[in-house]
Design a protein around this ligand. Sequence first.
Ligand SMILES: NC(=O)c1ccc[n+]([C@@H]2O[C@H](COP(=O)([O-])OP(=O)(O)OC[C@H]3O[C@@H](n4cnc5c(N)ncnc54)[C@H](O)[C@@H]3O)[C@@H](O)[C@H]2O)c1
Length: 428
Amino acid sequence: MNVAIVGTGYVGLVSGACLAELGHHVTCVDLDPQKIEKLRQGIMPIFEPGLEETVKRNVGNGRLKFTTEYTEAVPNAEWVSIAVGTPSAEDGSADLSYVFAAAEAVAKHMNKYIVVADKSTVPVGTAERVRECIKKHYSGDFDVISNPEILREGHAVSDFMNPTRIIIGSPSERATELAKQLFAVLDCPKLIMSPRSAELTKYAANAFLATKISYINEIAHLAEMLGADIEEVAIGIGSDPRIGKDFLRAGLGWGGSCFPKDVRAIRKVGEALGHPMSIVSAACEMNERAKSRIVDRVEQALGGLSGKHIGLLGLAFKNNTDDTRESAALELARRFHEAGASVAGYDPEAVIYDPDAMRYVLRGTSPLEVAQNADAIVIATEWDEFRNLDLSAIRKAMKGDLLMDARNLLKPEAVRAAGFRSLSVGRA
Ligand SMILES: NC(=O)c1ccc[n+]([C@@H]2O[C@H](COP(=O)([O-])OP(=O)(O)OC[C@H]3O[C@@H](n4cnc5c(N)ncnc54)[C@H](O)[C@@H]3O)[C@@H](O)[C@H]2O)c1
């Protein structure tokens, strides 16, 4: 099938490359000429395991192209996925301006029946609004479906190629048939539902996962006070299939490019309908407490933060990605900085876009470098590299002796054996 993907970011680029891998002919459009130029030169604009090989293989076999011009992508396409950003607006609702700008640009280049699929995470009713937007510029037949993306950064290629399910919110048989053809090779349930249900499914899933993390963090704080070990408790409860083991890692709370903005957006929708999302709101409150607790415990252990130097291991919002959007690690850095500490941070891949963050984190090139003269080391992102630190060398490079493992990557006994005072989450 001929496919156009509008927006060549984390979702658009991965989906485009993977659809080409499935045998489709894909053209990815993006407004950012530098991004497209890089891709044409074979340089990946983001770090994502397995992406570069997939892109290069499919550019090489002629199934994957990149352009800034809609004219090169839409007129030939049978399917167009919109995968542009939907950041938070000032009031917390989803800013749909990129989606409508993309829909309008697509509409102006349509010349036959196509399916326009909303892959971006968008509030309920957006597919209908995208349809109205397209109708202003194109009078022929077409369908708009909701096809929310469920890939996880850091596992995006493998998630796309081995999905747990594909959500197809379709208003017509014709669009449903095309969706089944597009994803025919992928062996997973194809969940056909209304566009409104599909749109709500995506927000409901993200809000649930965020709540699950907040729940284990709440129990972790209790475990700290009661002398229990949250890692043991997590195995104990996660072994019940009704609960499940995933997303029961206690730590410094959730962040990233999706959960915070999606949770804000669903709360805003509930508020507008006079239906406060009280469980989701409690999860947000707990998420704030998860970060504050890390900062407070480090402050208490150091006898104050003013004038102290913190070595921060991890800046990305999670491992295996360079993404630092709403990263909890960067939020910790900001709070340490505001409390008067200086922060040196190391991350193997993180790219910092936020100019403010660049002010309060001095970037180091290795764990050992950021440990130099540090009063405390804080592990903030769960990179595998941090599971195998040379703890003795780090301890020697430091001025102080505190290690806060805010991701519970290390065995507290090993940390103590290397001469540290050891703090972690959910353990006495
Ligand atoms: N990142 C994730 O892990 C993830 C997972 C599932 C769903 N989503 C959702 O997918 C959507 C995209 O997220 P992302 O992380 O890939 O965003 P991103 O910011 O990485 O990429 C968006 C891209 O769209 C481009 N763009 C904006 N307007 C355009 C236009 N009119 N025409 C062409 N290109 C345009 C931008 O230049 C950018 O390259 C969001 O709604 C997000 O919530 C993201």
